[in-house]
Design a protein around this ligand. Structure first.
Ligand code: UDP
Length: 330
């Protein structure tokens, strides 16, 4: 079975490529390398540096390979950036999905696993968040992910393209052996930023606000290990291959940690007194975002195994120590 992974040179994409190869699937990667790293893709995996909005280039990949299903990561993913450059997000993400589905339909490829996001819920009314809760995004990034889910829905009705949307909560950690990991430039995410401060590459980690409506006042997120997340994509492919109908799932661990708890855990795991400071809130951050992933467990058979925050931090730290300059290409 051959799987096309768009955005397979990115953080979650590369871990998913690794998982699919381990499970014996053939993989083809397309990535425009806007944020991805070519060296995160194994050399024997066919790689195409193309943008999915380029339908001619994308069609050539489908001509060359008999693709059975697509796992679609290629998208922009920063909330703040999306507030400043919303049109880039609608073009890259929303139109990117349209372009991909058009080419898939042309080549009669009828299965897609899509990396959606908890940001489609906006400020959730209930914690933990369930799949049927209202989706009401509060930034262009979340809106594009919701639009992409909706486009998939109509493409299913019209063209019978079956899709699974996986709504991620906060992804962190790295492959256990430290061979691949997270490398963004600039880095905005909490766990790598805490560890950059541990490495001395940042002066300090700024904690965004301490007046949230949570037990310790720091905002709470649900951190899910990237290897567990990669496994969910493999299970979602199997689900579609078994001719199931389109579906959507939350992926988290149902356990929330506050930003302060994450900083304290990193201090404990690294043995470094990581400099930290409380700063103002970041715009658009809900108090708490925690997933109910029971549906993924029941229907996909997803059992996250690396749920301990210690493991998330240890594996991210291991990757950073082995690769102090990341992939060294940006
Ligand atoms: N955060 C923080 N300092 C940072 C980066 C993030 O305090 O330098 C907080 C942020 O307010 C949020 C959590 O860490 O509560 C996770 O943020 P991240 O950007 O990693 O993921 P997001 O929740 O935006 O997807």
């Amino acid at each position: 079975m051959k799987i096309l992974v768009t955005g397979g040179a990115g953080y979650i994409g590369s871990h998913t490529v690794d998982k699919l190869l381990q499970m014996g699937l053939d993989v083809v990667v397309v990535d425009n390398l806007a944020t991805g790293h070519k060296s995160s893709v194994p050399e024997d995996v066919p790689f195409y540096e193309i943008d999915i909005r380029d339908q001619v280039a994308l069609s050539n990949v489908f001509d060359e390979h008999n693709i059975d299903a697509v796992v679609h990561f290629a998208a922009k993913s920063l909330v703040n950036e999306s507030m400043n450059k919303p049109l880039d997000y609608f073009d890259n993400n929303t139109y990117g999905m349209i372009s991909l589905l058009e080419v898939m339909n042309k080549y009669n490829v009828k299965k897609i696993v899509f990396s959606s996001s908890a940001s489609t819920y906006g400020i959730p009314k209930n914690i933990p968040v369930k799949e049927e809760d209202e989706q009401n995004p509060i930034n262009p990034y979340g809106l594009t992910k919701l639009q992409m889910e909706q486009i998939m829905h109509w493409a299913d009705l019209a063209y019978d393209i079956k899709g699974v949307a996986l709504r991620y909560f906060n992804v962190a950690g790295a492959k256990i052996d430290g061979s691949i990991g997270e490398d963004h430039n600039p880095e905005t995410h909490l766990v790598p930023n805490i560890l950059l401060a541990a490495q001395g590459k940042k002066d300090k980690i700024i904690i965004f606000g301490n007046d949230y409506n949570t037990p310790d006042g720091f905002n709470v997120r649900d951190y899910v290990h990237v290897v567990d997340l990669a496994n969910a994509h493999y299970l979602a492919i199997n689900y579609l291959m078994n001719e199931n109908s389109s579906n959507y799932f939350n992926l988290g661990s149902k356990i929330g940690f506050s930003v302060k708890q994450m900083v304290d855990a990193a201090i404990l795991e690294t043995g470094i007194d990581i400099p930290n400071e409380i700063g103002p809130r970041r715009a658009g951050d809900p108090d708490s975002l925690v997933a109910d992933s029971t549906k993924a467990q029941n229907i996909l058979g997803w059992k996250p195994e690396l749920t301990d925050v210690k493991t998330i931090i240890q594996t991210a730290w291991n990757w950073m120590q082995k690769h102090p300059d990341g992939y060294g290409d940006k």
